[in-house]
Design a protein around this ligand. Sequence first.
Ligand code: HJL
Ligand code: ZN
Length: 196
Amino acid sequence: NNSPHTPFMQKCIELAEKSPPRPTNFRVGAILLSRKDGDITFSDDRILSTGYTMELAGNTHAEQCCFANYAAVHKVADDQVAGALPVEPGRKLVMYVSMEPCGKRLSGNAPCVQRITKTRDGGREGIHKVYFGVKEPGTFVGESEGCKMLSAAGIEWEHVPGLEKEILSVAVAGHENPEEEVKNALGKLETNADQI
Ligand SMILES: Nc1nc(=O)c(N)c(NC[C@H](O)[C@H](O)[C@H](O)COP(=O)(O)O)[nH]1
Ligand SMILES: [Zn+2]
């Protein structure tokens, strides 16, 4: 699949591969960038931050680490990251994540969709669009709500097809029956591919 977004998804997979395998989460990679409107070759992209699951101490998600890394570089607290993100006319903030941002976490920690929507606080445009490579499998929270919650917050999202098997294999590497879980998740994708 030669989507122009594929190289970014491959970079997210490389990031996810740095994540320590655990049975209790998915290994995910995230990239935050600024993109010039109408730049169809993405040649004027500016990478702002990256993150991967458990990159930072504690039970941290890729998107969470991506924001926290940006906050640290800009010397603001994690919950102040929105105010530190660039606001540039003619440019948009875009996030690539190998897996759909979580709408709910078994740990009860703030879900990443909430962290993404918070970038719009104070009337800022914040994150304009999120690209992800696979919907979250039902392993932990059942039917994922991430996309619905992004739409409800007025944030665009798009599934980048073609790398589902690679993304899922990396994501579940620390799980009990990884092959089974990947097959199951891919099977679900086949049956409701149109509903993604
Ligand atoms: N998009 C995304 N990025 C991540 O870095 C990550 N680990 C998940 N995983 C989603 C999954 O639903 C939660 O990992 C479980 O619900 C357990 O919740 P905790 O992670 O312990 O808060 N999803
Ligand atoms: Zn998350």
